[in-house]
Design a protein around this ligand. Sequence first.
Ligand code: ATP
Ligand code: MG
Length: 655
Amino acid sequence: MSQSQETLSNLLQETRRFPPPAELAESANVTAEAYDEAAADRLGFWARQADRLSWSKRWDEVLDWSNPPFAKWFKGGELNVAYNCVDRHVEAGRGAKVAFHWEGEPGDSRTITYADLQREVNKAANALLELGVRKGDRVAVYLPMIPELPISMLACARIGATHSVVFGGFSADALRTRIDDAQAKVVITADGGYRRGKPSALKPTVDEAVESTPSVEHVLVVRRTGAEVAENDRDVWWQDVVERQSEEHAAEPHDAEHPLFILYTSGTTGNPKGILHTTGGYLTQIAYTHHAVFDLKPETDVYWCSADIGWVTGHSYIVYGPLANGATSVLYEGTPDTPHKGRWWEVIQKYKVSIFYTAPTAIRTCMKWGDDIPAEYDLSSLRVLGSVGEPINPEAYVWYREHIGAGKTPVVDTWWQTETGGIMISPLPGVTAGKPGAAMRPLPGIVADVVDDQGQPVPNGGGGFLVVKEPWPAMLRTIWGDDERYVKTYWSRFEGLYFAGDGAKKDEDGDLWLLGRVDDVMLVSGHNISTTEVESALVSHPKVAEAAVVGATDPVTGQAIVSFVIPLSSAGAEVEGEDFLKELRDHVARTLGPIAKPRQIMIVPELPKTRSGKIMRRLLRDVAENRSVGDVTTLADSTVMDLISEKQSDVKSDD
Ligand code: ATP
Ligand code: MG
């Protein structure tokens, strides 16, 4: 292929700019100098960030990259993650500070100070030891969003056991394969949790999973809902075993490269991978990015990340980052619409949340529900808003800023992955003049670029593959038990570069815009068109709430664009007619150019999403190409595909 060939079209033009509020810029944790400082001496920069932590033994070498792509960060250093996240704050006299304001879905709540957390983590660590867990063993954690979840993770980290948190919505089969893959010795679970207003059982799923997992010696069960559960010989109750333990436990230091956790990717592209993260580099980057990207002031801020701890966002930005920084956070068990659609905003009002971090899918859902809902609450405590998980469409970004952030808070669109461990590309809220829809620039200390299919940087205005060019502290170390797959999946597409699987473009200023997964890119009449840009154009129509687009085989154009659209509930009956579809197609053509005009648009009630809230385009491609729909097991709601397939027969393709 020739080098001049366009790799990915750049169609969307967005001219709105939002400079940081003056007050925030003046007092920002990180200023523009950080970029230069890191560029001048990247390893020196990361060594200074590592000094945010408390090390038992200092490292000999910041980075050993002698055997790429297997990195060793802070080689020779030793530290304890739980000590860094809990004990050191208590020792510094901040034991009475709240670590978590926990809010249960039914409205119960618990306040957990750093001193409380220290006692609970110590007791849980002692209990794990009593159950025979030793440094280097793996522990599977399958819990709802209750305080015992971060407590379990920290207890594992404290004794050097590697945790593997499995999202509480996963099936017995998914849990079993993850337990087997990691050879977990103990599973920590609960009788159940609350979801959508009722108790939802977890223990039966674990019982089914561990029937055929010989590695599991004990199942440690937290009582949350009080539901009847079957009791097996291997079961022990948290309330019995943990509660009677000593509140003292001396944290031992672990090697900087000691395995901290395994976490499976969310499965958008099928076949989940067990991503391995280690200790010193991970905690360094997570603590730094949480401080820098959210401008966290631990004395005054109340921080809330609405993700589930079962995803990497929850690991890094509910548990490890905020705790390493001594923050006060909200932890919420349930869904945003239980018991009513204003629940999140009610929680923000109640705890005076000042920093809020959520996903574009949630923002678009709130847009669909209507502006009047957040308007009923006092959200004036908010000062920074964050987004993660998918590209955020400009319309969703602007709505978030206007209706949640009172038109004044910066929105930080943070690009990263399970594999990167922490945020890689994001605005800095006190520095960057934000562009709606752009993740902007790699953070200080991160070297990333957009390259063409030859691995050469594209010029400003061009699109291509997003790559990371230098190792970073929180990078994955391997795929658990499969070094070969690690090398093949991430390091073989371009020599010496980490390829993330995502497409991106650089605008005229060199700022980065994420364009979705390269596997989803559509090839229309010789142009590579990103799903993200067409979706953003559709969502910018005043009657559209959500959209997903895919490429379907077309005899004339190679691939043609097929769109699935959810109208705003306020849009009324007119969205049913042929006129509306034409209006939408013309709107896309006007926004992006005729090349991006969808061949078909289907009005649908819902979109297929993974349990982490990402659109699963692979299934929509099946519908668009009139095939029977593929594997739906990782969908949050598998009945969604039936609703969409019903519409399949009415697909009309005009001109
Ligand atoms: P799998 O790898 O199993 O398909 P996944 O990629 O969905 O699962 P995650 O690691 O949770 O699992 O998600 C990372 C991906 O999410 C990124 O590669 C990117 O496609 C998308 N993403 C995350 N944040 C952003 C963002 N701010 N802008 C654009 N895309 C994002
Ligand atoms: Mg991925």
